[in-house]
Design a protein around this ligand. Structure first.
Ligand SMILES: *[C@@H]1O[C@H](CO)[C@@H](O)[C@H](O)[C@H]1NC(C)=O
Ligand SMILES: *[C@@H]1O[C@H](CO)[C@@H](O)[C@H](O)[C@H]1NC(C)=O
Ligand SMILES: *[C@@H]1O[C@H](CO)[C@@H](O)[C@H](O)[C@H]1NC(C)=O
Ligand SMILES: *[C@@H]1O[C@H](CO)[C@@H](O)[C@H](O)[C@H]1NC(C)=O
Ligand SMILES: *[C@@H]1O[C@H](CO)[C@@H](O)[C@H](O)[C@H]1NC(C)=O
Ligand SMILES: *[C@@H]1O[C@H](CO)[C@@H](O)[C@H](O)[C@H]1NC(C)=O
Length: 566
C-alpha cells in the first residue's frame, strides 16, 4: 500500500528524470611516468591509474608479437583500445636481447627457419614494413604502435629460451636452471630497460614470469630479484618494477615478515597469477561456494595480504576458456570477478592472442583463452568482455573520490550492477557506470544513498523492491555461504530468500541455491558482491541528486514518517 502513495507523490518529479541531460564522462589523461602510493599505482599528478591490461605474446620461437600475419599492427592496437584495455603486458624472451644472432634475425628469416611460409605471406600482406626488419626492431615497432594509440606497455620477461611457457622441467624455471643464468638475465633486463628508457608508454617491467621448479627457494628469490630490480631501476628509473612470486607466481607469502630491501621506493609492484586450473578441477568437482571461500582465503593468505600491507598487487594473469564450455573455468570466473571488483586490483587478462604462428609444434594454433578470434579481427565472446568491463576502470583510490564512499551491488556473471532506471520500474541489472550508490549500514540495511529507500524482499519469486520502512527483517541483508556472495534476507513470512536475477534482468528474490555440499548446481545467478566505490555514476548526476536533495529536504521528514504509518 505504501508504494502507491509513495509513487504518486514521486510522480511530480518524473519530468526531472525524463528531461535530464546525461553526463558524459571526461576522458582522463594519464601523466606518465607511474609510481606507487601505498597499494595504488598513480600518475605524476597522484591520480590513480588502474592497469587494465591484456597479455600479448611475443616470446615463442618466432619471437614476433603474435597476430601480425592476420591484422595490421595499428588495427590490433586500436582493437585493444576499443575493447576497453589501457595497457598491454608484452612478453619477451631473454635470448632475444642477449644473443645478437637471434636479435638480428629478420622476421622473414625467423619464420622461414620454422617453416612458417603462410605466416610470411600473411605478414607481407598485413604488415609489409616489418617483414625484413630485425626481430628486436619489430618488438620496438609494436611498443611504438601501442604508444601511438595511448596504450601503456609492461615489458614482461616471460622466459629465457624462446618457446611456450611453463613447466617445472623446461630449464627456464628458476635461477640456475639450464637456460636461466642469473647474470645473463640481469644483462637482458638491463638492455631492455635501457632500450626503452625515454619511451613514455613503457610504464613497467616485470622481472620474470612464473618462477618455479625444484631449484626455487626464498633466499635466492631475495638475492636475485633484488639484484634484478636494482638493475632495471638504474637503467630506467621511470618504470615501475614488478616482482613475481614462487610456485608459478602464486606464492608471495615469504614477504609477509621479510620485505624487499631496495635502494629505491614508490616503484615496486608485486604480481600474482590465478586461474581456474590453479586449483586443478576443484571448481568442477566441488560446491562452488565452498571452493570459492577456500580458494580466496588461500589467495589472501599467500598474496592478497600485500594490499593490506600497502603494496600494489597486479593480477598479471587470469583468464578462461571463452567458449564457455569449461565448467571449472566458468565457476572460477564468477568468484574471481567478485574478488577483483572488491579488491579493485590492477590486472592483465590472459590473453589477447586469437591464434599463434606456431605453438608447441602446432602451426596456427587457436587460443580459446584469447579475447580475439583466430582472425584477430572479431572478439571471441562479447559476453566475456561485458563481464570484465566493470573492472576496466577504478572503483576507488587516489583521485577517484569524486563522490563519497558507497557500495555498488556487482553481479559477476553478467558484469552488471543493480540500478533503477526510474521510480516506476523494478530494480534491474544495468551498466555499472549507471549504478545506484548504496549504503550498507551496521544494521545490515541496503539503502539508496541520500534517500530513505531501502532494498526489501516482498515474497519468494517476486521482484525486490525499494521501501521506506526499513526496520523489519525483510530489509536486512546478509552476505551468506562460504563465498559470502549470496545476499540473503527474510521474506515477510520468515522464509530465507536470496537476491537473484529474473526475467529481463530484473532483481528478484528466490530460494537460496546450492549454498553448500551440492556439487552439481550452479549458484552464479545469485552471486553478488558489495563493492566499495567512490566513482561517480551517471545516475548520480543532476537529476537524481536533485531528487535526492528534494527527498532529503528536512521539511519532508515528517511526510516520510507519515507515509511510513499509512
Ligand atoms: C645464439 O642463438 C643461436 C641460434 O639459436 C645459437 O646457435 C647460438 O649458440 C646462440 N649463441 C649464444 C652465445 O648463446
Ligand atoms: C639492506 O641492504 C643494505 C645494502 O645492501 C644493507 O646494508 C642492509 O643491511 C640491508 N637491510 C636489511 C634489513 O637487510
Ligand atoms: C560466450 O560465453 C558464454 C558464457 O560462458 C557462453 O554461454 C557462450 O556460449 C559463449 N559464446 C561463444 C560465442 O562462445
Ligand atoms: C513463505 O512464502 C513462500 C511464498 O512466497 C512459500 O513458498 C513458503 O512456503 C512460505 N513459508 C512459510 C514458512 O510459510
Ligand atoms: C526489458 O527491460 C528494458 C529496460 O531495461 C525495457 O525497455 C524492455 O521493454 C524490457 N523488455 C520486456 C520484454 O519486458
Ligand atoms: C570497504 O569500506 C569499508 C568502510 O571503509 C571498510 O571497512 C572495508 O574494509 C572496505 N572493504 C575493502 C574490501 O576494502
Amino acid at each position: 500500500m505504501d508504494r502507491i502513495v509513495f509513487f504518486s507523490f514521486l510522480s511530480i518529479f518524473s519530468f526531472l528524470v525524463t528531461f535530464s541531460d546525461v553526463m558524459i564522462p571526461q576522458k582522463h589523461v594519464t601523466a606518465l611516468p607511474l609510481s606507487t602510493n601505498s597499494r595504488w599505482i598513480v600518475d605524476e599528478n597522484g591520480q590513480r591509474v588502474k592497469l587494465a591490461c591484456v597479455n600479448w605474446v611475443s616470446h615463442l620461437e618466432v619471437m614476433v608479437a603474435e597476430g601480425l600475419s592476420e591484422q595490421p599492427m595499428d588495427a590490433i592496437a586500436k582493437r585493444i583500445v576499443s575493447m576497453g584495455f589501457n595497457c598491454v603486458r608484452l612478453t619477451w624472451p631473454v635470448f632475444l636481447v642477449t644473443n645478437d644472432t637471434l636479435g638480428s634475425l629478420t622476421v622473414r628469416q625467423s619464420l622461414r627457419s620454422l617453416g612458417l611460409l603462410e605466416s610470411i605471406s600473411g605478414i607481407q600482406a598485413n604488415n609489409p614494413s616489418i617483414i625484413d626488419l630485425p626481430l628486436l626492431n619489430v618488438y620496438q615497432a609494436v611498443v611504438s604502435s601501442l604508444g601511438d594509440n595511448n596504450v601503456m606497455v609492461i615489458l614482461d620477461n616471460h622466459i629465457s629460451k624462446p618457446g611456450w611457457c611453463c613447466s617445472n622441467s623446461d630449464g627456464n624455471g628458476f635461477f640456475g636452471d639450464q637456460y636461466f643464468d642469473p647474470d645473463l638475465w640481469i644483462t637482458g633486463l638491463t638492455r631492455m630497460a635501457s632500450m626503452f628508457n625515454g619511451v613514455p608508454n613503457v610504464v613497467g617491467m616485470s622481472l620474470r614470469n612464473e618462477l618455479r621448479g625444484p631449484k626455487q627457494n626464498v633466499n635466492d628469490w631475495y638475492r636475485y630479484m633484488q639484484k634484478g630490480a636494482e638493475a632495471v631501476h638504474s637503467a630506467n628509473p621511470d618504470v615501475i618494477v614488478i616482482l613475481s612470486g614462487l610456485n608459478y607466481d602464486k606464492d608471495l607469502s615469504f614477504l609477509r615478515n621479510r620485505p624487499v630491501n631496495l635502494t629505491f621506493s614508490r616503484k615496486i609492484v608485486f604480481e600474482v597469477h590465478w586461474y581456474g586450473f590453479t586449483d586443478g578441477q576443484a571448481w568442477k568437482n566441488g560446491n562452488p561456494n565452498q571452493v570459492c571461500g577456500r580458494v580466496v582465503d588461500n589467495m589472501m593468505r599467500i598474496s592478497g595480504f600485500l594490499l593490506d600491507q600497502g603494496w600494489p598487487l597486479f593480477m598479471s594473469e587470469f583468464g578462461v576458456d571463452q567458449r564457455g564450455t569449461n565448467v571449472n573455468d566458468n565457476r572460477y570466473l564468477g568468484c574471481f570477478l567478485g574478488v577483483a571488483a572488491e579488491l579493485d586490483f590492477d590486472w592483465a587478462l590472459w590473453t589477447l592472442v586469437g591464434s599463434y604462428y606456431f605453438r608447441q609444434g602446432v602451426i596456427g594454433m587457436n587460443e580459446y583463452y584469447g579475447v580475439l578470434n583466430s582472425n584477430w579481427r572479431e572478439t571471441r565472446n562479447s559476453t566475456f568482455l561485458q563481464q570484465i568491463s566493470a573492472l576496466q576502470s577504478p572503483f576507488r583510490g587516489p583521485g577517484v573520490s569524486e563522490v563519497h564512499l558507497h557500495k555498488v551491488i556487482f553481479h559477476p556473471s553478467t558484469g552488471l550492477c543493480v540500478l533503477r532506471k526510474s521510480m516506476f520500474e523494478p530494480l534491474r541489472l544495468g551498466p555499472c557506470t549507471q549504478s545506484e550508490a548504496w549504503n550498507y549500514t551496521p544494521q545490515k540495511i541496503l539503502s539508496v544513498k541520500g534517500t530513505y529507500f531501502c532494498l526489501q524482499t516482498d515474497e519468494l519469486a517476486k521482484p525486490a523492491k525499494l521501501g521506506i520502512i526499513c526496520t523489519d527483517s525483510n530489509s536486512k541483508w546478509e552476505a551468506i555461504s562460504d563465498s559470502k556472495m549470496h545476499l540473503s534476507s527474510k521474506a515477510p513470512n520468515g522464509t530465507a530468500v536470496c537476491l537473484d536475477i529474473g526475467y529481463n534482468n530484473t532483481i528478484v528474490t528466490s530460494t537460496c541455491k546450492c549454498l553448500s555440499k551440492d556439487n552439481t548446481c550452479d549458484p552464479e545467478s545469485q552471486w553478488f558482491k558489495l563493492v566499495n566505490s567512490t566513482r561517480r555514476s551517471s545516475t548520480m548526476t543532476k537529476p537524481s541528486s536533485l531528487i535526492s536533495s528534494i527527498l532529503n529536504f528536512p521539511a519532508k521528514d515528517f511526510l516520510w514518517k507519515f507515509l511510513g504509518s499509512v
